[in-house]
Design a protein around this ligand. Structure first.
Ligand code: S3P
Length: 450
């Protein structure tokens, strides 16, 4: 479970990027496709599944719980066990770095009368699980390590879960999804109320698999009600390209002069596009082309050109729709004219790393003036002074998005930028380096890049 940084990587100033590429499947949808497939009756086929380590950990977990998951050609197949049909695993379930996989899986295990011990890497072992355990315990989950809120944790589910009404204390699709997954196994209706809408892939996919789901306005929030004792039917799933992975490519185009390219088949679900809304406000030349629907989700080809950017204020209410994009937005803001102020970022402190601190430290190491004020991050753009200095080494803290954000910054900086551990990128975007290189970017071991 211990992890030594192994593979530092540097990115140097790049020539203009061009081409036409496709990014791998969306991480959130990939986890859910495997899990809903496991709870359905019949064979679910998944096209375009993200083969990042996080998602492969979900595939492994399901196999350990007695659900066959196999890859046949380019398609993944899940032989569903039906609601309540998973079996107690022989050993611990190691969820590596994946908070999403772990938290959703706890919701799924909650409806089974079995004991499961979860472990993870040092990053995951620091992240708060109380937010998931609290509602699940109200429904009947038992936790062996009383009062403990971090991994390792041993939970015992129940075949007789109680339905609850639960108002999420923070905007989190993971909490919402864990409770709805457990609600499928409860007797009666379970309702989750969220004050701010978060990504709605669970709701869309539940409907796709035939669950009874009602979404309504309640007490100023969004209420999602799922009928218990549910039955799901296996369905084919097509996973669209991940907009969070796309954000690094798009940012590279905006940073590197002369760049222009297209990323095909990207998920443009409005609960995920806050980053793209912000880019337009900053003056980015970016367009969604050929908008269409694929597998129940809106998809488009994204065309982006290098642009002169200006700093903006990003309001707190936009955070849920771009929560994973702040590190790369902060790096992009370094190249803008004027100040970019990103507000309402307290949730960034409990991601794979404390992203608020890690991003500010990475910017400082590369000569970009940045500060944290409460839960806001403020970046002073370097456009007026002419350039971003670079030349720093960034501590990634087992956080894939910190690594990718700062390698992207390096593509436009005066001096190469080094990240201390590029291995972590494989959790969500193993093709990152290859795709960037196909577009014309240059990466190398630190001593080689000049
Ligand atoms: C996710 C929800 C978000 C996001 C994560 C994926 C999901 O986390 O940061 O990468 O798939 O539900 P929170 O729900 O904790 O905000």
């Amino acid at each position: 479970m211990s992890h030594q940084p192994q593979s530092p990587l540097s990115a140097g100033r790049s020539r203009a990027l061009s081409g036409r590429v496709r990014v791998p499947g969306d991480k959130s949808i990939s986890h859910r496709a495997l899990m809903f497939g496991a709870l359905a009756t019949g064979r679910t086929r998944i096209c375009g599944l993200l083969e990042g380590v996080d998602v492969l950990d979900t595939a492994k977990a399901l196999q350990a719980l007695g659900c066959p998951v196999t890859k046949i050609g380019t398609t993944w197949e899940v032989l569903g066990r039906g609601i309540g049909g998973l079996a107690e695993p022989a050993g611990d379930i190691d969820y590596g770095n994946s908070g999403t996989g772990l938290r959703l899986m706890m919701g799924l295990v909650a409806g089974h009368d079995m004991r499961v011990r979860f472990v993870g890497d040092p990053s995951l072992s620091r992240r708060p699980m109380g937010r998931i355990l609290k509602p699940l315990m109200q429904m009947g989950l038992d936790v062996s390590e009383r009062g403990r809120e971090t991994l390792p944790l041993t939970i015992r589910g129940s075949a007789d879960l109680l339905p609850i009404e639960y108002r999420t204390p923070v905007a989190s699709a993971q909490i919402k999804s864990a409770v709805l997954l457990a609600g499928l196994h409860a007797s009666g209706e379970t309702t989750v109320i969220e004050a701010q809408a978060t990504r709605d892939h669970t709701e869309r996919m539940l409907r796709h698999f035939g669950a009874e789901l009602v979404v309504s306005e309640r007490n100023g929030g969004r209420a999602i009600t799922i009928a218990g004792d549910a039955e799901l039917t296996a369905r084919d799933v097509v996973v669209p390209g991940d907009p969070s992975s796309t954000a690094f490519l798009v940012s590279a185009a905006l940073i590197v002069p002369g760049s222009e390219f297209v990323i095909e088949g990207v998920l443009v679900n409005p609960t995920r596009t806050g980053f793209y809304v912000t880019l337009k406000e900053m003056g980015a030349d970016i367009a969604f082309r050929n908008e269409r629907e694929e597998g129940g989700e809106p998809v488009a080809d994204v065309r982006v050109r290098h642009s002169r950017l200006k700093g903006v204020r990003v309001p707190p209410e936009r955070a849920p729709s771009m929560i994973d994009e702040y590190p790369v937005l902060a790096c992009l803001a370094a190249f803008a004219e004027g100040e970019t102020r990103m507000e309402g970022l307290s949730e960034l402190k409990v991601k794979e790393s404390d992203r608020l601190a890690a991003t500010a430290a990475g910017l400082a190491a590369n000569g970009v003036p940045a500060k944290v004020e409460g839960d806001a991050l403020i970046v002073d753009g370097c456009r007026a002074s002419g350039s971003v200095r670079g030349g720093g080494t960034v501590a990634t803290h087992l956080d894939h998005r910190i690594a990718m954000a700062f390698l992207t910054l390096g593509l436009g900086a005066d001096r190469p930028v080094t990240v201390d551990d590029a291995d972590t990128i494989a959790t969500s975007f193993p093709e990152f380096r290859g795709l960037m290189e196909r577009l014309g970017a240059t990466f190398a071991a630190p001593e080689v890049v000049r």
